[in-house]
Design a protein around this ligand. Structure first.
Ligand SMILES: Cc1cc2nc3c(=O)[nH]c(=O)nc-3n(C[C@H](O)[C@H](O)[C@H](O)COP(=O)(O)O)c2cc1C
Length: 323
């Protein structure tokens, strides 16, 4: 009896199995960030391959927050129709589909030459360059952009949204003391560093209503002294559940250019486990999870409630070929 292929619920939504296609940029958006027919075929094919949930790649909520020049976005009403075609193509395979909403902050390639925004004036590296520390107004605009993006996602027919608070992008930049040196209401203490994410969840929940699943992806560790650690992240995440958080997708790293100190099979599962111990909502583990046995072990041992399998499903869309 396989636990991987047993149903699981995220908020009000029940999935047929516990295998997730995690968000993976396809670098196939139009210059203006519109999804294309490529995305319809790509995601529908992976839905047909047997996963229980498809999460569409990082989708920018603001033009200055696009992670790459060929990323997709939801930063205007005109972006809704092409993404609606992607959502419909996945749903036609009877698989629910979420979209990952993102803002790159200091790790953005601003569309149309906009400014690079971040909690503090600290560069990621010389390539991205020095960002501007966000004013209170700029923070309010970013919160609204996530809310508007979520409203558009639901209008496009997505079943849920995942907020990208991992991999060193804007929301993560606010969470980590290494990138957030603010001394106002959004920095200076753990509570204040997590305030932006709380307000974004509030805005998103208000935009989508009570029934639509809202999840977040976090980096549970910055792999650096003084950075985020899983225990601290787990504590802070608990406080977000009453605001309408339905699941947590646990990754790591990305805040700093240095690669993680160790990788290997399931190297991030211990982070998912640390967070799951404290959480009342489902936890998704990801990162070099590759075999059926590994998946069953993670789930049977209660280290996570779902697992995501990324790169193998880019190569072989059928789950039966991968696990
Ligand atoms: C081509 C590519 C694009 C990715 N894009 C995203 C993304 O848009 N958002 C995100 O949170 N993670 C992204 N990731 C990370 C994956 O979601 C996943 O966490 C990672 O590949 C580890 O899982 P795996 O070992 O099963 O591939 C990307 C990874 C790859 C390989």
């Amino acid at each position: 009896m396989s636990i991987a292929f047993s149903p699981v619920s995220i908020g009000s939504l029940t999935l047929k199995n516990r295998i997730v296609l995690p968000p993976m940029q396809q670098y196939q958006g139009s210059t203006d960030g519109f999804a294309t027919e490529y995305h319809q075929h790509h995601y529908a094919r992976r839905a047909r391959g047997g996963v229980g949930l498809v999460i569409i790649e990082s989708t920018a909520v603001a033009p200055e927050g696009r992670l790459m020049t060929d990323d997709i976005g939801l930063f205007s009403e005109a972006h809704v129709a092409p993404l609606a075609a992607v959502a419909a193509a996945v749903r036609a395979e009877n698989v629910p589909v979420f979209v990952q909403l993102s803002h790159g902050g200091r790790k953005s390639v601003p569309h149309g030459g906009g400014v690079l925004l971040a909690p503090s004036r600290i560069a990621y590296d010389d390539c991205y360059g020095l960002p501007e520390a966000m004013s209170a107004e700029a923070i309010a605009v970013a919160i609204e952009a996530f809310g508007t993006g979520a409203r558009r996602a639901v209008a496009a027919g997505f079943d849920g949204v995942e907020l990208h608070a991992a991999h060193g992008y804007l929301l993560h930049q606010f969470l980590s003391p290494l990138s957030n040196r603010r001394e106002d209401g959004y920095g200076g203490s753990p509570e204040r560093r997590w305030r932006l994410l709380a307000e974004v969840i509030g805005a998103v929940r208000a935009a989508v209503g009570p029934a639509v699943p809202v999840t977040i992806r976090v980096s549970a560790s910055d792999h650096a002294a003084g950075g985020l650690e899983p225990e601290v992240v787990a504590e802070a995440l608990q406080a977000l559940v009453p605001l309408g958080l339905d699941a947590v997708h646990v990754s790591s790293g990305g805040l700093l250019p240095a690669p993680p100190p160790e990788t290997g099979p399931g190297y991030q599962v211990r982070y998912a486990e640390a967070i799951r111990r404290k959480m009342k909502v489902p936890v998704i583990a990801v990162g070099q999870i590759r075999t059926r046995e590994q998946v069953e072990d993670i789930l049977v041992q209660g280290r996570a409630d779902l697992v995501a399998i990324g790169r193998p499903l880019l190569i072989y869309p059928d789950l039966s070929r991968v696990l």
